[in-house]
Design a protein around this ligand. Structure first.
Ligand code: UDP
Ligand code: MG
Length: 325
């Protein structure tokens, strides 16, 4: 088998603090993989600038001038991590045999890349990077993540536990992935649905090399709700069950009240009334909220808006005539 053309895709949002180190480590990995005959010399690194407001794009541009293996894509504004990944993959698809997506902050172990490539050579189309331990995440992040994966599983969404967006995908997989045009894309839930031979590579997740997490609690919560409602209608069903259950109880309470009435008992019942008012009122709000969440999704999807807009490109791959390693 001929060595594949690999594109490493790195979404970057305000990552000026780490970019230099990321470039140097990834380019070492690429060089080594080339010498180990795991990849061909046309392999590149594609940095996707997701509308950074710092000097991320200038840095990408600067590194691309110095090194032909470095390419860049600048999105016109911040479209979010998942869309930045999609932008990278849709662009790299035409000239890559496989892609590896990795975060810019060096939390994912770059030495796992060689292991991904060996698995690819063995015939796997999808290689998931799975975190061995989450020691370096804060206790809060670790527990919320465990909770999130548990809920997802309960709701019937198949995800790979402890796998973030560090993975290898073959060209065949990318070709299928582009057919999923949904706007609320959640790759961790979608990719396992595609099938194809897949495997896992375990690695240790490090701390962010520099800079701050772009996923504060609010964004994490949004991500979780999107993940769940994009893949499962179970919450709506739960609302139906809950509603039926309470309607049933209401029926019996009604009978009871009628009997009490005909027996001539005076019902003062202010407490029970106020309680049920709040209970039912609260439940209705939750139900409307969940339904609204789905209607919102439908509203968004029917517009078929583009998931990202590319403002600038630095792609040197076309000019590859000779080995740059
Ligand atoms: N990122 C992005 N767009 C965003 C938010 C994040 O492209 O709107 C990138 C970010 O630069 C990083 C990756 O997505 O490379 C993961 O983000 P981060 O490390 O901040 O998340 P965490 O690891 O804290 O969950
Ligand atoms: Mg990170």
């Amino acid at each position: 088998m001929e060595a594949p053309i690999l594109t490493i895709i790195v979404p970057c949002y305000n990552e000026e603090a780490v970019l230099k180190e990321t470039v140097s480590r990834l380019s070492d990995v690429l060089t080594q993989a080339f010498h180990d005959r795991l990849i061909s010399f046309q392999s590149t690194i594609l940095f996707v600038d997701d509308g950074s407001t710092d000097h991320t794009w200038e840095l990408i541009d600067h590194f691309a001038q110095q090194d032909q293996k470095i390419t860049g894509l600048k999105l016109s504004r911040n479209f979010g991590h998942q869309n930045a990944l999609i932008a990278g993959m849709e662009n790299a698809r035409s000239y890559s045999d496989c892609v590896i997506t990795i975060d810019a902050d060096l939390q994912d172990d770059v030495t796992a890349i060689a292991k991904f490539l060996i698995k690819y050579r063995e015939g796997f189309d999808i290689v998931y990077g799975v975190r061995d331990k989450r020691d370096t995440d804060t206790l809060f992040k670790k527990n919320t993540a465990i909770f999130f994966y548990k809920i997802m599983e309960r709701l019937g969404v198949k995800t790979i536990p402890n796998h973030a967006d560090f993975r290898l995908l073959s060209r065949r997989v990318l070709d299928e992935l582009v057919n999923y045009q949904e706007e609320n894309i959640f790759l961790r839930g979608l990719i396992p649905l595609l099938g194809f031979p897949s495997t896992k590579v375990y690695y240790n997740r490090a701390e962010r090399f520099a800079g701050e997490s772009k996923y504060p609690l609010r964004k994490m919560l949004n991500f979780a709700i999107d993940g769940i409602t994009s893949f499962s209608v179970t919450p709506i069903r739960m609302v139906t069950y809950l509603g039926t259950f309470f309607a049933g109880i209401g029926f019996f309470i009604g009978i009871y009240a009628l009997i009490q009435h005909f027996l001539g008992h005076v019902v003062t019942g202010w407490t029970s009334m106020i309680l049920s008012l709040w209970l039912i009122g609260g439940m209705q709000l939750v139900a409307i909220g969940i339904i609204g969440e789905y209607i919102g999704k439908i509203f968004k999807e029917t517009k078929h808006r583009p998931r990202y807009i590319v403002e600038k490109r630095i792609l040197t791959h076309q000019s590859f005539k000779h080995n740059v390693f």
